[in-house]
Ligand binder design. Sequence first.
Ligand SMILES: NC(=O)c1ccc[n+]([C@@H]2O[C@H](COP(=O)([O-])OP(=O)(O)OC[C@H]3O[C@@H](n4cnc5c(N)ncnc54)[C@H](OP(=O)(O)O)[C@@H]3O)[C@@H](O)[C@H]2O)c1
Length: 329
Amino acid sequence: MAELMRAVQYDSYGGGAAGLKHVEVPVPTPGKDEVLLKLEATSLNPLDLRFQKGVARPFIPRKFPVIPGTDVAGEVVQVGPNVVKFKAGDKVVALLNTLIGGGLAEYAVAKESLTVPRPEEVSAAEGAGLPIAALTAHKALVDVAGLKLDGSGPRMNILVTAASGGVGHYAVQLAKLGNTHVTGTCGARNIDFVKSLGADDVLDYTTPEGAALKSPSGHKYDVVVHCARGISWSTFEPNLSDTGRVIDLTPGPSSMCTYVLKKLTFSKKQLLPLILIPKGDKELKLLVRLVKEGKLKTVFDSKHPLSKAQDAWAKSLDGHATGKIIVEI
Ligand SMILES: NC(=O)c1ccc[n+]([C@@H]2O[C@H](COP(=O)([O-])OP(=O)(O)OC[C@H]3O[C@@H](n4cnc5c(N)ncnc54)[C@H](OP(=O)(O)O)[C@@H]3O)[C@@H](O)[C@H]2O)c1
């Protein structure tokens, strides 16, 4: 009989934290290109909750029940026959298949191609915070905006909205590794926190000046990493430099319309929707190395044992995380 493990799963759309159930299910078996991990920590992302709400129905989840959670750190306990980079006993960080999840459990399988070694200087919780949130911040800043993390690029003025959240707190730190002036938006309680991440200016989004996104230093933004929701193009537009770009991580129908309109009219100011589609391990390796070198940190909103995964879920649903919410296994 297959070995059993503890896991937390839901079996229908909706239900919030109360929809999560503690179960015992068989330990998964790694495929040819996969590693089996004994998990130590998993971080939650808003996407995990949105899938439960049914935003991608009927395509995601593919089937019920679902063990949610994709961003994990743990130890390799078994490898598939084609795996060459890992062996049992290796400590790793991995991004699980976003369509399937599996992170709120004692064991999970990860693709070798989305698994990276975790040096001893990087704790499991620090590593688990990285995959979706830090990869998205990296993608926006480096791949789309063209930021050079060694500071060798041209000077840029960058605005990060929701700078106190999971993605935003990495975005501020990564942006400051480049040659940038960074403004972050957050609520009043997080102003000192966002400054401590390196932001040069901080705007309280609950004030009229903050809601208008006007730079306290009089800068126009070359790049906006937009992690918040519900800010219209007409608010961004007057604050952008002549070739300013809003990289929208939370694109809805109106931002898609703006994207098309700006393209069709050859506007120099642009809105670019971004959805992370993880491909290889290069960027995740780099992010783990930056944490090891002390150039990037994962800040914890809270840590919860697997037995209290519902508390972590409710905290994330609340939408007021400061940094990352971690479930320790
Ligand atoms: N496109 C992609 O591939 C991709 C990838 C990852 C994430 N995302 C999306 O990006 C968004 C951010 O993700 P996350 O993980 O950073 O979320 P999160 O950690 O849950 O963000 C929570 C933080 O956002 C702040 N916040 C909320 N509304 C704000 C506003 N209008 N202005 C300033 N700050 C605000 C909150 O501050 P207060 O508590 O003070 O309100 C809180 O600190 C989510 O919508 C997520 O779905 C997209």
